[in-house]
Write a protein that binds this ligand. Structure first.
Ligand SMILES: NC(=O)c1ccc[n+]([C@@H]2O[C@H](COP(=O)([O-])OP(=O)(O)OC[C@H]3O[C@@H](n4cnc5c(N)ncnc54)[C@H](O)[C@@H]3O)[C@@H](O)[C@H]2O)c1
Length: 448
């Protein structure tokens, strides 16, 4: 589809023009980018930055020498100039902030470090901050980041890559063209068997052992501890990000209330016993995180959302999307679409593929060659592309701090609901009432 038609069909022409770049003012200078956290995710972002001619990676920071060695190898292989490397202790990033001129910061550290690193970067005048998923731990953390972004008039974007998945974006295109009618109910989540991510042998990042914490490598070093001490939807943003775009959360709609239910916890303990034996010290650990956590959310415009967090049991990967409206629905598990009056047969699923190909989003139509080979089926290219293009054009990021806060706050709210015996809890309005006036800005054309 041509860009002009896409804009006309989405009915969002005015809003879209607001995000089109002014070519005359587009800066030709390179974006000076830095990364805190060159672990496995940070290296994937680094690789994408190194591929771009409009970015200069000026500094990187990590505390782990093995991870830094891997990052340096990537840089050497790219033929680009070696950036300044900051390491030594957990606060070396502060030295980096003091010494470097940075336009765009990427944060890919453990969740508990995101808030201090975002706020630290804002305090040093950085205007573009792309943080990996989860904005903070507590609800107050989320407020603190929102208020800091407002105070420093800066852009904090959560690097939520699933918003750019090809089928997710084709469905966004279909939603905007009204194929599903008025949206009524949405589902999604994080249904990913992470047992071999939460435990390893300290050498491999995936499987091969049942250690976590100090003795482990990569995510098992820190992420597993959250399963020991917390019970809630610990990773909601891959599911909720796309859904939020479909129903204009923070842009004419908002989350109102939430409740969560948690099942018993068996999966992680069973995995340790099966792989490490019943006498392994970790077999004594009590995991607080229920194996399946189910969250319901109610929205101002009357839609309901169901999210599931399911990371401890054997299962094939699926985010479990369902987008259902008055005219039909998409479900990703069965790869099916049904549109009343348009599908081949009444009451029978069409294969989603033909629909998704037909409504391929203009961003994918334009950039899929560049996205080839980047992580998670290409979607990682788009999230970095969008972040860097915003910084280059000095425009607001298309996913902002209010989106990040609303999506990520699901975690502390679901913990609270479970703690209170599945009570329904209220969602804070991080926008301070602005959700009523803000317009959709995400992926309205084929630019970024
Ligand atoms: N969007 C996605 O698809 C996706 C995929 C994987 C991970 N993630 C997210 O990315 C983030 C990082 O995950 P990861 O898989 O790279 O984990 P990782 O453990 O491989 O990397 C984290 C890195 O942060 C470093 N670090 C920890 N404390 C630090 C400090 N104080 N200063 C500097 N560096 C510090 C660690 O040494 C490590 O190298 C998390 O938020 C995770 O949820 C997102």
């Amino acid at each position: 589809m041509k860009r002009k038609d896409f804009i006309r069909n989405t009915g969002l022409a005015t809003a879209s023009l607001a995000v089109l770049p002014s070519f005359a003012s587009r800066a030709e200078t390179k974006v000076k980018a830095a990364i805190i956290g060159t672990g496995l995710r940070g290296q994937s972002h680094l690789d994408l930055l190194l591929r771009r001619d409009d970015v200069e990676v000026t500094a990187v920071c990590d505390v782990d020498s093995r991870m830094l060695t891997m990052a340096k190898e990537l840089i050497t292989k790219s033929g680009k100039k070696m950036p300044q490397v900051y390491t030594g202790d957990n606060y070396s990033w502060k030295k980096m902030l003091e010494r470097e001129r940075i336009d765009a910061m990427i944060i890919a550290t453990p969740w508990e470090w995101h808030k201090p690193m975002i706020i630290g970067s804002l305090e040093m005048g950085i205007k573009y901050i792309g943080t990996e998923v989860m904005l903070g731990i507590t609800l107050q953390d989320h407020w603190d980041v929102v208020k800091a972004a407002e105070r420093y008039n800066a852009h904090v974007m959560m690097l939520e890559n699933v918003c750019y998945r090809r089928d997710v974006m084709a469905v966004l295109n279909m939603v905007r063209q009204g194929l599903f009618g008025e949206l009524i109910h949405l589902q999604g989540g994080y249904q990913h068997d992470l047992r071999e991510v939460k435990f390893n042998d300290g050498v491999n990042s995936y499987g091969h052992g049942v250690e976590y914490g100090e003795k482990a490598f990569s995510e098992a070093r820190w992420r597993t501890e959250h399963s020991v001490h917390r019970n809630g939807d610990l990773y909601p943003t891959h599911g909720i990000g796309p859904i939020a775009h479909y129903i204009h959360i923070n842009r004419g709609n908002r989350f109102l209330t939430l409740n969560s239910f948690s099942s018993k916890a068996r999966g992680l303990h069973n995995h340790i016993v099966k792989q490490g034996g019943k006498d392994h010290p970790n077999a004594k650990v009590n995991f607080k995180l229920g194996d399946v956590v189910t969250t319901h959310i109610n929205c101002a415009n009357g839609e309901t959302i169901l999210l599931q967090h399911d990371t401890n049991l054997p299962r094939p990967y699926s985010l479990g999307f369902r987008v259902q409206g008055t005219e039909g629905l998409w479900m990703d598990v069965n790869k099916g679409i049904y549109i009343e009056g348009k599908s081949a047969k009444a009451h029978q699923w069409d294969e989603a593929k033909a629909w998704l190909d037909k409504y391929d989003h203009p961003l994918w139509a334009r950039w899929s060659k560049e996205a080839q080979g980047s992580g998670h089926g290409g979607m990682d290219f788009y999230v970095i592309h969008s972040f860097i293009e915003s910084a280059k054009r000095k425009l607001p990021t298309q996913m902002d701090v209010y989106d990040a806060a609303a999506w990520s706050a699901i975690t502390p709210l679901s913990e609270q609901s479970i703690e209170l015996g599945n009570e329904t809890v209220e969602f804070p309005d991080f926008t301070g009432g602005q959700w009523m006036y803000r317009k959709p800005v995400f992926a309205l054309n084929d630019e970024y």
